[in-house]
Design a protein around this ligand. Structure first.
Ligand code: 3PG
Length: 311
């Protein structure tokens, strides 16, 4: 990413700010809708490996149709591109399926509280795997992040170890995805939208055999029948909604990553989690204790302090 040192006129600056504002608002709104439908589907049909696969399949199909009908221009890629994309796709697949497994076991708000700890993973991975060092305030900002997440976890009314571990694994996988992604995007002329489309397709190929081995068609058929008998024929639209919105929110987030620095992106991501936590607590009537909410607030405050310290 080149340094943004071009001189912009005030009109251009406000147009750019407006554009980024629209990207952010769209990204958060799509994400809230995804999280609500995803949880509604998982409550009736607890097969996160299949729902994760369907999200990727739906996005891949949407992009193939967009390329075929020339709504979007198909990217020009070579073998080298797909090779560099492979580790990104492995990390994306693990992060995605782990978050979905987590949400199938615990409240959406709990998964996202733990996921707000992602900056702590980012610093620790960069420190211990890449040997990067950071100024003291960055390390200090990890204390409220880790402390807040820990407080929220120990006071969570419906704590579940798989749910907790899923969110932690997702954090770790997404940190690696972001590191590999930065390397993979360097010098490539792909737009954020097409980069994410290729990522979805490769992740779909990686995830499908695991989903079949871990859950499989027999379980899915019985689960589907049960879900349709509980919810009615509308269930299929819930599945469509979670899959379409998953693709759209990720596509918009990759499109905004094209326009902003990774740091602004991570602040946007934390604010996105606040909207999801609040919306899901209201919609699902999630029981929370004051001390639990305090833990979440401390963790989120920590991520803001982290972004300030990184600036
Ligand atoms: C997923 O299913 O991939 C997760 O819900 C992603 O979470 P995030 O995009 O909010 O990190």
């Amino acid at each position: 990413r080149p340094l943004d040192i071009n001189i912009e006129l005030p009109d251009e600056q406000s147009a750019q700010k407006l554009k980024i504002g629209i990207y952010f608002a769209t990204w958060w709104a799509l994400n809230v809708v995804f999280n609500i439908y995803n949880k509604k589907v998982l409550n009736a049909f607890p097969y996160p490996w299949l729902t994760s696969t369907l999200s990727l399949a739906c996005g891949s199909l949407m992009m193939l149709v967009s390329w075929a009908t020339r709504i979007a221009e198909a990217p020009k890629t070579d073998l080298d591109f797909w090779k560099t994309l492979f580790p990104v796709a492995v990390a994306h697949t693990i992060g995605h399926v782990a978050a979905t497994v987590s949400m199938s076991k615990v409240a959406v708000s709990f998964t996202h509280i733990i996921k707000s700890g992602e900056p702590a993973f980012s610093v620790l991975v960069s420190r211990f795997f890449l040997g990067e060092t950071f100024p003291l305030p960055v390390y200090l900002s990890l204390l409220p992040i880790i402390g807040g997440c820990a407080l929220a976890a120990v006071t969570e009314l419906n704590f579940n170890l798989i749910g907790f571990m899923g969110a932690m694994i997702s954090n770790l996988a997404f940190v690696f995805r972001n590191i590999f992604s930065k390397k993979g995007m360097k010098g490539k002329s792909l737009s954020g939208m097409n980069y994410y489309a290729c990522l979805s397709m490769m992740s779909l190929l990686i995830l499908t055999p695991f989903a079949i081995a871990i859950e499989g068609p027999t379980m899915w058929a019985a689960g589907w029948e049960n879900a349709v008998s509980q919810i009615g024929p509308n269930f299929v639209w819930w599945v469509v909604a979670q899959s379409v919105f998953y693709h759209l929110y990720n596509q918009v987030s990759y499109m905004s990553l094209d326009q902003i620095s990774p740091l602004t992106f991570s602040i946007g991501n934390t604010m996105k989690r606040i909207s999801v936590i609040v919306a899901s607590i209201i919609i699902f009537h999630t029981p929370i204790q004051p001390v639990n909410a305090l833990g979440a607030a401390i963790a989120i405050l920590g991520t803001f302090l982290y972004s300030q310290a990184k600036m």
